[in-house]
Design a protein around this ligand. Structure first.
Ligand code: OOG
Ligand code: NI
Length: 465
C-alpha cells in the first residue's frame, strides 16, 4: 500500500473526513445531536433485525457504517473548481457524474468527488457534492460584474495547500508529515467565516437575486454547508428529529421505503440562521442562512434500465401530486410514491433477473467445498441456484438530481425558485473542471465484473463473465 514512504490517498481521505467531522461538530453543535440520533437508531435497527446485520457483514458495510459521510460545497469560479479537483485528487477522489440543477431553479451545476474503486470506498466512502455557480445565469449585468469582481479577488486555498498539491502531483504522493500538514491546510478552505467580504448593501443585492449567489460570493471561502451520516432507518430518523429539538425538512427525498432499498433516500434539518459581520460594520450585526445537517440511507445501485424505471415512477408521482412536495401534502406524497413504486420489483433476486441493479458476488462455503466435484454448476445462475455463490446489491455511491434540488430548495426557502432559459451545459462544466467527469454506471459495472471474476478464480472456473 505504501510506496516510497507515501501515505495512501485513501488514508489521507479518511483522516480528512474525520477532521472535517470534528470541525463541523464544533461549528454546528446541532450536527453532533444529529450524529447521536443516527447512532442510536442504527443500533436499534441492528438489534431488531439480525438479517440486516448479516447482510452488512457480508458486504463489509458494518465496518464503514459509522464513517459513511458526505458533505457539500459551492464554488464560484472555474479556477476554484479545477483547483478543488486537484486538491481532492490528493485524497484519491475523482469527479463522478454531472448534475444539472438549473432545471430545478438553482443556478449551479455539480459533480461528486469520491473514491472509485470498491477497495478504496471500503477504506473511506467520504464524498463531496461540489457545485459551481453559473454566473451566466444572472441576468442583471451589473450584479454579474460585481460578483465576478469579488470572486476574482479571493483565494480560497492557503499558500501551503497549493504547495502541497503541487508537490503531490510532482512526486506522486505525500509522506505522513506532509499528509498531516495537507489535511490541516485543506481544512481551511472549508471553514466557516463569520466575517463577510462584502458590505451589507452588496450582500442584499446578491441575496435578492438568489440566496445561493450571496452564499457563494459573500464569503472568503466555500464553507462546508452540511455533512451527512448514514442511517439504516431514515423514516424513524425523520419522525424522531423533533424529539431532539431538530426541525426536519417536509419530505424524505428519493424512492419510498422498501424491503430492498434502492439508490438514495435523504432528509435534512433546516439551515440555521447565523450571525455574520459585513464589511464596514462593527460586530456581527447581519445574518446568513446556509448550513444544515443531512441524513442519508443508501440502497442498491441501479443499472441504466433500473434508473430509467426509477425516473419514470418518480416523475409519475410528482405529476400526480401536481405541486412541489411540502408540509401540507407530505403524507399524500408518501402514499403516491409507494403506490407508483409497486411497479419496481422489491426483491434482490427479481432485480437481478430483470437487470435492474448491480450486485457483488461471493463464493459460499458450499461453493468452496464443491470445488473438486466432477459434476458441479458452471454458470453464474446455476451457481447461485445451487448456493455456491451468493450476491448482495452494490451500494449506490452517488447522488440524485431531483433529490439534490429538493435539499437545496428546503434550505434556500421556496422564494428562491427561479426559471432559467439556458439549461444543462456539461461541456462548460468539463472546461471549468479541467477534466471530464467519470460515468458512474461504468464504475458499478466494473466493480460487478471484478467480483464475478474473483468468484471464477476462487472456484477454479473459467471467467464467468
Ligand atoms: C448541495 C445539495 C445537494 C445532496 O446530498 O443531494 C446534496 C448543496 O446544498 O450545496 O448535498
Ligand atoms: Ni447532501
Amino acid at each position: 500500500m505504501k510506496k516510497q514512504g507515501f501515505v495512501s490517498p485513501d488514508e489521507i481521505r479518511a483522516q480528512f473526513s474525520s477532521a472535517m467531522s470534528d470541525m463541523y461538530k464544533t461549528e454546528v453543535p446541532l450536527y453532533g445531536t444529529l450524529l447521536q440520533l443516527v447512532a442510536d437508531i442504527n443500533d436499534k435497527a441492528m438489534a431488531e433485525t439480525p438479517e440486516l446485520v448479516e447482510q452488512l457483514r457480508w458486504t463489509g458495510e458494518i465496518e464503514r457504517l459509522s464513517m459513511e459521510r458526505h458533505g457539500a460545497i459551492r464554488v464560484g469560479t472555474a479556477d476554484e473548481l479545477s483547483t478543488i479537483r486537484r486538491l481532492f485528487a490528493v485524497m484519491g477522489m475523482q469527479p463522478v457524474g454531472y448534475y444539472d440543477l438549473s432545471s430545478a431553479g438553482v443556478p449551479v451545476h455539480s459533480t461528486a468527488f469520491r473514491a472509485v474503486h470498491e477497495d478504496a470506498l471500503q477504506v473511506s466512502p467520504f464524498r463531496v457534492f461540489t457545485s459551481l455557480l453559473r454566473l451566466e445565469l444572472i441576468d442583471n449585468l451589473g450584479l454579474r460584474e460585481l460578483a465576478s469582481r469579488i470572486l476574482a479577488n479571493r483565494d480560497i486555498f492557503t499558500a501551503r495547500a497549493r504547495e502541497l498539491i503541487a508537490q503531490f502531483e510532482r512526486e506522486g504522493g505525500l509522506n505522513q508529515q506532509d499528509a498531516d500538514a495537507f489535511v490541516k491546510e485543506a481544512l481551511e478552505t472549508f471553514r466557516w467565516h463569520t466575517q463577510a467580504t462584502v458590505t451589507a448593501e452588496e450582500y442584499k443585492r446578491l441575496h435578492d437575486q438568489h440566496r445561493l449567489i450571496a452564499d457563494v460570493v459573500a464569503f472568503k471561502g466555500p464553507h462546508i454547508n452540511h455533512l451527512t451520516p448514514r442511517t439504516l432507518d431514515i423514516d424513524l430518523i425523520q419522525a424522531s428529529m423533533p424529539e431532539r429539538g431538530i426541525t426536519p425538512k417536509a419530505v424524505v427525498e428519493g424512492p419510498p421505503r422498501r424491503q430492498c432499498p434502492i439508490l438514495l433516500r435523504q432528509t435534512s434539518f433546516k439551515a440555521l440562521e447565523e450571525q455574520v459581520a459585513f464589511v464596514g460594520q462593527h460586530g456581527a450585526l447581519g445574518s446568513h442562512t446556509a448550513r444544515f445537517g443531512e441524513i442519508e440511507q443508501r440502497g442498491a445501485a441501479l443499472t441504466q434500465k433500473g434508473r430509467a424505471l426509477y425516473d419514470a415512477l418518480l416523475a409519475a408521482t410528482r405529476a400526480e401530486l401536481k405541486e412541489f412536495p411540502n408540509e401540507g401534502n407530505a403524507q399524500r406524497y408518501a402514499q403516491l410514491l409507494e403506490k407508483n413504486f409497486y411497479d419496481f420489483p422489491d426483491g434482490h433476486d427479481e432485480m437481478r433477473r430483470q437487470g435492474l441493479a448491480y450486485f457483488r458476488f461471493f463464493v459460499t462455503e458450499r461453493g468452496i467445498a464443491a470445488r473438486s466435484d466432477v459434476v458441479r454448476p458452471r454458470d453464474l445462475d446455476s451457481l447461485i441456484d445451487a448456493g455456491h455463490v451468493r450476491f448482495e446489491p452494490l451500494v449506490y455511491e452517488d447522488f440524485l438530481p431531483v433529490s439534490a434540488a429538493g435539499i437545496f430548495q428546503s434550505n434556500l426557502g421556496d422564494n428562491a425558485q427561479a426559471h432559467y432559459g439556458i439549461s444543462s451545459n456539461q461541456a462548460d462544466f468539463h472546461a471549468a473542471l479541467g477534466a471530464r467527469v467519470l460515468d458512474e454506471l461504468q464504475l458499478y459495472a466494473d466493480t460487478q465484473r471484478r467480483s464475478i471474476l474473483e468468484c471464477s478464480a476462487t472456484l477454479d472456473l473459467p471467467p464467468l463473465v
